[in-house]
Design a protein around this ligand. Structure first.
Ligand code: GDD
Ligand code: MN
Length: 411
């Protein structure tokens, strides 16, 4: 069951909002995704209470996917808080951590939203400073960064995590040099965003890197950073895993192939890697004594299978829902082999007439038919049928926000 509970506090009283010494907008919704964090909740709310409401009216929205008693602990601890605390417990953890954050953003009522982890690796005392920096700049997005002067990743446990984090940051910055300009720590899970700067509906979060998702898909015009020291976890263990790492790579691929031009480039790069299994197959088969023409046909299937797998996962991850995988594989193979039907006479011509080697002729013909194949694949395999859905895991939240509002009013 999904349930929501709110403990009312000062934010629900508009008169009190007006009493804030800060210029409008002067309130913040702190969104905290939680997965089995019961041992951290009391300390987190204690630290928020100690450092936020005196400087900035706030509310806290927990978006919880726990299998333990975290929601009960939250509701119990919330009774002592001088601000509203809401728990949205999700039936299914759609989109993981990132999906939870988007749900929280939809439920937020303030002009500023701060997203932070529930394990105290992100110091709550910095929340008013993030919002103040955003007001001063003025900026739509304020990133708490470990990689600018004054920041550090002290609490990142172990050399392995540090190396992975560095590699991920480097890869991400390399893939999105423009979108991430001015963001030194795109992997950060601690940031403030103006609600007016983010349209939750364009987000398709997948796993941990929700800031990256926002920066790339809903990039606010002005971005600024505030240094912070990434602390040790207060209690419990990190929920990230190798599986989360693969999710991150899929997420990167999805972001990078969102535009048709980028998709064609990636399609081409994958096609280029298809040379390898193709030429390897051709080499193996002709070495085994097969005539090069039938060998072309068989070797091509190596390339087709390789390309299909990579293209499915790296290029059209978001566009697969409207056909079964065997339907897509069939169409893909058909296109690739129709391409072969076209290519074989061309290769025979190049070999027979111009005396090229089978390998050179194959390479040349593969390049020639590439553009045709890309257009065909887009149109016939992955283009959604009219009225069909194109995916996006975040399509359900609008109703939930409305419900959340109702829950507030009636409580
Ligand atoms: N609702 C929900 N659903 N919350 C989740 C889920 C989920 O599936 N998975 C994790 N969380 C919550 C955790 O309970 C915690 O509050 C927060 O998300 C961060 O999870 P951790 O497991 O503590 O992540 P981490 O410390 O390894 O990674 C953090 O630091 C990284 C920087 O090194 C995160 O902030 C990452 O986003 C960040 O990149
Ligand atoms: Mn953590």
């Amino acid at each position: 069951m999904t349930y929501e509970s709110t403990v009312p506090g000062e934010l629900s009283d508009p008169a009190l909002r007006g009493a804030s010494p800060l210029p409008e907008p002067g309130a913040v919704t702190i969104v905290v995704p939680t997965f089995n964090e019961s041992a951290n909740i009391r300390e987190l709310l204690r630290q928020i209470t100690a450092s936020v409401p005196a400087r900035l009216p706030c509310e806290v929205v927990f978006v919880d996917d726990s299998t333990d008693d975290t929601p009960e602990v939250i509701r119990d601890a919330a009774r002592g808080c001088p601000y509203p605390v809401t728990v949205l417990h999700r039936e299914a953890p759609v989109g993981g951590l990132g999906g939870a954050v988007v749900e929280g953003i939809r439920a937020a009522t303030s002009d500023w939203i701060v997203v932070m982890d529930g394990d105290l690796q992100h110091p709550p005392a910095l929340v008013p400073e993030l919002v103040a920096a955003g007001e001063r700049a003025p900026a739509g997005l304020v990133v708490a960064s470990r990689y600018i002067k004054g920041g550090s990743r002290e609490g990142l446990a172990g050399g392995y995590r540090v190396a992975v984090s560095r590699a991920a940051t480097w890869l991400t910055k390399t893939l999105f040099p423009h979108r991430l300009r001015g963001i030194s720590d795109p992997m950060s899970g601690f940031f403030a965003i103006r609600r007016s700067a983010v349209t939750a509906d364009v987000l398709k979060p997948l796993g941990y890197k929700i800031l990256l998702e926002m920066a790339v898909r809903a990039r606010p015009r002005q971005v600024t950073e505030v240094p912070f020291v990434f602390q040790e976890r207060f209690a419990g263990e990190s929920k990230s895993s190798a599986q989360e790492g693969f999710r991150f790579l899929r997420h990167l691929a999805g972001l990078r192939t969102a535009s048709p031009v980028a998709r064609m480039v990636v399609f081409g790069l994958i096609g280029a890697t298809g040379f390898l299994p193709n030429l390897f197959g051709l080499w193996a088969l002709t070495a085994a004594g097969m005539h090069y023409l039938p060998a072309e046909i068989v070797a091509n299937q190596f390339g087709v299978a390789w390309n299909f797998l990579l293209i499915e996962h790296l290029c059209f991850r978001d566009r697969r829902q409207h056909r079964h995988w065997w339907d897509r594989a069939g169409r893909f193979a058909l296109l690739a082999n129709a391409d072969l039907v076209l290519r074989i006479p061309l290769i025979a011509l190049l070999v027979g007439r111009f005396g090229m080697s089978a390998l050179t002729a194959t390479a040349l013909a593969l390049v020639t038919t590439f553009v045709l194949r890309f257009a065909g694949t887009e149109a016939l395999v992955y283009l959604p049928r009219k009225g069909g859905r194109t995916g996006g895991g975040a399509a359900t939240g609008q109703g939930r926000r409305a419900r959340s509002r109702t829950a507030r009013r009636s409580s």
